[in-house]
Design a protein around this ligand. Structure first.
Ligand SMILES: [Zn+2]
Length: 105
């Protein structure tokens, strides 16, 4: 099942680290999609599956295999930040970033 989305999802990981950082900084906060039933909705850009709120059609948003996607880097960082021994460090760094005058919310 495919759906029309607002960007070319998923984002294939670039070869250079600087390009990857740029893509992550500009990564959309949500994914917009139009289902084949005509309904439009938003989903998490990191979710593997999305469900149309109108017809409950479920479709895959991410493709596994064939090389890493940018979403895979988010998963790796979130997994690290969720470790019991790293959680507080991750929260502290997130607070520092959000308190940085250059941080854009
Ligand atoms: Zn639908």
């Amino acid at each position: 099942m495919t759906a029309t989305t607002n960007r070319n999802w998923p984002f294939q990981a670039p070869d250079s680290a600087s390009e990857l950082l740029k893509i992550i900084k500009e990564f959309p906060s949500f994914r917009e999609f139009r289902c084949t039933c005509g309904s439009s909705s938003r989903s998490s850009p990191l979710d593997i599956y999305a469900t149309c709120p109108n017809c409950l059609m479920k479709f895959k948003q991410r493709s596994f295999g064939g090389g890493p996607e940018v979403e895979d880097f988010f998963d790796a960082v979130l997994e690290w930040a969720g470790r019991a021994d790293a959680r507080e460090f991750a929260r502290r760094r997130q607070r520092d970033i959000q308190n940085d005058p250059d941080f854009e919310d």
